[in-house]
Ligand binder design. Structure first.
Ligand code: 5GP
Ligand code: MN
Length: 319
C-alpha cells in the first residue's frame, strides 16, 4: 500500500482526529504533534487524542492545544499512529470506528491487521516519525518548520535509541539532516529526551541493578521494579521506563527483560534482544507485540515469580 493513496484523503476532508497508542512514547507524541501542526497549516480542524501520562522526558515539547474537552461526534478522518493493533488505543476505538474514513500509519512488524480503511505499515522504518516525514514533505508537500522538525526528531531519535538500534538506516540519518536544516538544536533536544533524569529516577537504577537476574549462562538478563518501590520514590509507572534497555546491556546477554509490576494483577513485560532472537514473537505469545528487537506485553492475574518463570521459559525455547 502506497502512502500516496492517503494524499487525497488529507486534502479532501475537513475534520481530523489523531490517535496513538496508550501510554504514549516519544514516537507516538512526536508523530501526532507533527501531523497536527501540518493539518493546521493546511487549514483543517484537528484534535489529538492521547491516553496515559506524557512521559517526563517529552514534557518540554508537549503542546496541549490540540487536546479537546468537546470532541466532535464524528470526524471525517481518524488517523491512528504508531499503533500495531486497535487494542493499543483502547478508549478511542469507538471514536476511530465512527470516522468516515480511517487511516493507519505504523512501523510495527506485528501490525498485520489492516484495521483501517487505508493502512500503511512499513516494518523497516525506524519509527512512525520517519514515515511522517515522508508523508508531510513528499506526499502532502507541506514545508517543514522548526517546531514540526523538533516533533519529528523526538519521534525518530527516541524510537531508534539515538540512532543506535538496527532499525536506524542511512535514510533515518538523511531525514534527520533535513530536520537539522530547519534549525533544530540537537544538543538541547537530546539533553531533555535522553540525558536528564530526576534524582529519584536515578535511584531507581540501583533498584534495577540489585534485582538483576541472569539465566542460561547469562544469555538472559532480567530485572524488575514494583509499584511499591515506585510509589516510595514518587516515580510514575511510565517514567520508570528509562531502565528498559539496562538488562540487555549486560555483556554476553542476548535477551534483556524489564518487568514492571503495576499492581497485584497487572505486570508489564518489556523484551529487548541484541542479535538474533525475535522478541516480537515472544511478546505476541503473551498477547502483546512490537518489533524484532524491542517488544512488550501486559500479563494479568499472575504473580511476579510466575511471570518471570513463564517469560524465561519462553525465551529458553528460542535461544
Ligand atoms: P516497550 O517494551 O518499550 O513498552 O515496547 C517496545 C515495543 O513493543 C514498542 O514498539 C511497543 O509499541 C510494543 N509494545 C509494547 N507493549 C505492547 C503491547 O502490549 N501490545 C503490542 N501490540 N505492542 C506492544
Ligand atoms: Mn514507534
Amino acid at each position: 500500500m502506497s502512502l500516496k493513496k492517503m494524499r487525497q484523503v488529507f486534502y479532501d476532508n475537513e475534520t481530523f482526529a489523531v490517535v496513538s497508542h496508550i501510554n504514549p512514547d516519544g514516537d507516538a507524541i512526536g508523530s501526532s504533534l507533527a501531523l497536527c501542526e501540518t493539518l493546521k497549516k493546511m487549514g483543517k480542524k484537528v484534535h489529538m487524542f492521547t491516553e496515559g501520562a506524557i512521559p517526563i522526558h517529552i514534557r518540554f515539547l508537549w503542546d496541549d492545544s490540540y487536546i479537546t474537552d468537546t470532541p466532535l461526534e464524528k470526524y471525517d478522518v481518524c488517523v491512528a499512529l504508531d499503533s500495531g493493533n486497535k487494542d493499543r488505543f483502547s478508549s478511542f476505538e469507538s471514536l476511530f470506528d465512527s470516522a468516515k474514513t480511517t487511516l493507519c500509519i505504523d512501523h510495527h512488524i506485528t501490525n498485520t491487521y489492516n484495521y483501517a480503511d487505508i493502512n500503511y505499515v512499513e516494518g523497516d522504518a525506524s519509527s512512525t516519525g520517519e514515515i511522517m516525514y515522508e508523508l508531510i514533505k513528499n506526499v502532502l508537500e507541506i514545508p517543514l518548520d522548526k517546531k514540526t522538525a523538533e516533533y519529528l526528531y523526538c519521534a525518530i531519535a527516541t524510537d531508534c535509541g539515538t540512532f543506535k538500534y538496527s532499525c536506524t538506516s542511512a535514510k533515518t540519518h538523511r531525514v534527520v539532516a533535513e530536520l537539522m536544516d530547519e534549525g533544530i538544536d540537537v544538543n538541547y533536544l537530546s539533553n531533555y529526551l535522553f540525558d536528564y533524569k530526576t534524582i529519584n529516577q536515578i535511584k531507581l537504577y540501583s533498584e534495577g541493578a540489585n534485582n538483576l537476574r541472569l539465566y542460561e549462562d547469562g544469555k538472559i538478563a532480567l530485572t524488575y521494579v514494583d509499584y511499591k518501590f515506585l510509589d516510595k520514590m514518587g516515580v510514575s509507572f511510565d517514567d520508570a521506563d528509562y531502565l528498559v534497555t539496562m538488562p540487555r546491556t549486560v555483556l554476553g546477554s542476548e535477551v534483556g527483560v524489564y518487568i514492571k509490576v503495576k499492581n497485584d494483577n497487572e505486570i508489564k513485560v518489556s523484551y529487548r534482544s541484541n542479535d538474533y532472537v525475535d522478541v516480537s514473537a515472544l511478546a505476541m505469545e503473551l498477547g502483546g507485540g512490537g518489533h524484532k528487537k524491542a517488544a512488550g506485553a501486559t500479563v494479568y492475574g499472575k504473580t511476579l515469580e510466575e511471570t518471570i518463570d513463564m517469560v524465561v521459559e519462553g525465551i529458553r525455547r528460542v535461544l
